[in-house]
Write a protein that binds this ligand. Structure first.
Ligand SMILES: [Zn+2]
Length: 141
């Protein structure tokens, strides 16, 4: 029973390391740092474009941007309720699929950048997770 629980806990770790290994194996054509950096920028733009198209071409979501105004004497616990994503609606199945595909490509090139500098993607995720877990609401960057 303990082994099963351990396997469940370690599964994301295994997938993350397997993903980085596969990216490393696949990186033949785009292994130059210049190619990786330019593809990383391109995939960021493609994620943004896919979200934009969900608004402007599909219409399944809308963006209601406005200034967030806070009343005086708001406690830290109440703070979250005064901010919103400013997104209304939900992604349709097609838009969700496209955005997921674009995010996947972005993760590929982010992982490729890790590989170039011999960085471990899982270590970075764990370090960031530890940081945000410690800082919680004060981590506003
Ligand atoms: Zn849609």
């Amino acid at each position: 029973m303990l082994d099963t629980a351990k396997e469940v806990i370690n599964l994301p770790d295994t997938i993350c390391n397997e993903f980085q290994h596969n990216v490393q194996q696949y990186l033949i054509r785009h292994q130059s740092i210049l190619d990786i950096l330019s593809k990383l920028g391109e995939t960021t733009a493609r994620v943004n474009r896919a979200v934009t198209k969900s608004v402007t071409q599909c219409g399944c979501i809308e963006i209601k941007g406005k200034k967030n105004s806070l009343p005086e004497n708001v406690s830290i616990n109440e703070l979250k309720s005064f901010f919103s994503s400013q997104v209304e609606g939900n992604l349709c199945e097609q838009c969700r699929e496209i955005i997921e595909q674009e995010m996947g490509k972005h993760l590929f090139y982010l992982t490729a950048l890790c590989t170039t500098f011999d960085l471990n993607l899982l270590d970075i995720i764990q370090q960031e997770n530890k940081k945000i877990s410690t800082l919680r609401i004060f981590n506003l960057t």
